[in-house]
Design a protein around this ligand. Structure first.
Ligand code: CP
Length: 298
């Protein structure tokens, strides 16, 4: 593959961000939240390339781009030349050639975007299979920071389908970098060797932790079907467990939520839940990420 003379900054993994860059994004997001930003004064094209399904990430990137005054374009797997076998690299090279400056990409292969980093457009990883989901992680972190104003000593339990969760991987590394203590709740079959922190039960987690971060069971990535019958009782957040959480503790979930599986349906919109707040924050943090990338600040 030929490389361009110029390349631009990308957001591909949480591992690339230092703590001060994360806090810089929070400052920018605060400005976005308070409408203290100037929409782009020159025509700038952003392309959303979604080869796996999405509601929140795809829609909130579109809102974020439009609020920033970008020209938004959308490409999916079914109605594009992916159906003719065109590679992701050649697709992104095409977008570069027609003047796209930011490409938001969701696709299923871990690390595939690394092969495209020399292109002269900024790439944002919007979820790469079971790999990472850095913009989800940043909106999760921003939501936690909005509530606690610090990460130091915060106890966070990440609970659910760890083996298949890109959100768990992105968040575990970042939370530890920021000074939080991370523990995991999961059935033995779903433990992930790359996530080596303490494993606890959900009963222990609700009594010890400030943040209960639930994950969706990703049935589409399982080779064998998983029984949902006992999951809530054994590993999920029931109303009885929620009643034992700290008064100031909060509940996160990246969504979509399997109501009644990871979490009792009544808790999804309960006072401790920040699940819809996460979605609102997803727009502001994605505006901040795009702004920082276009200004070369990441
Ligand atoms: N949280 C998340 O990534 O949701 P979508 O799959 O709907 O984008």
């Amino acid at each position: 593959m030929m490389t361009s003379v110029l390349s631009r900054p990308h957001l591909l993994s949480m591992k690339q961000l230092e703590a001060e860059q994360i806090f810089h994004l929070f400052d920018l997001a605060d400005q976005m939240k308070n409408n203290l930003y100037l929409p782009m004064s020159r025509q700038t094209f952003a392309a959303n390339v979604f080869l796996e399904p999405s509601t929140r990430t795809k829609m909130s990137f579109q809102v974020a781009e439009r609020k920033l005054g970008l020209e938004t374009m959308n490409l999916d797997g079914e109605s594009s030349s992916f159906t003719k076998g065109e590679s992701l690299y050649d697709t992104l090279k095409t977008l570069e050639a027609i003047g796209v400056e930011v490409a938001v990409v969701r696709q299923s292969e871990i690390g595939l975007l690394d092969e495209c980093k020399d292109l002269n457009l900024s790439l944002i990883n919007a979820g790469d299979g079971c790999g990472e989901h850095p913009t989800q992680s940043l909106l999760d972190l921003y939501t936690i920071y909005e509530h606690f104003h610090s990460f130091h000593g915060l106890k966070v339990a990440i609970a659910g389908d760890l083996k298949h969760s890109r959100v768990a991987r992105s968040n575990a590394h970042a939370l530890e970098k920021l000074g939080a203590h991370v523990s995991f709740v999961t059935p033995p079959d779903w433990q992930d060797p790359s996530l080596t922190d303490e494993y606890v039960t959900m009963d222990e987690a609700v009594e010890q932790c400030d943040v209960i971060m639930l994950l969706r069971i990703q049935h589409e990535r399982h080779l064998h079907s998983t029984s949902q019958m006992d999951y809530l009782e054994n590993y999920g957040l029931t109303k009885e467990r929620e009643a034992r959480m700290h008064p100031n503790a909060i509940i996160l979930h990246p969504a979509p939520v399997n109501r009644g599986v990871e979490i009792d349906s009544d808790l999804v919109e309960s006072p401790k839940s920040r699940i819809f707040r996460q979605m609102t924050n997803g727009v502001t943090i994605r505006m901040a990420i795009i702004e920082a990338l276009l200004k070369g600040e990441l």
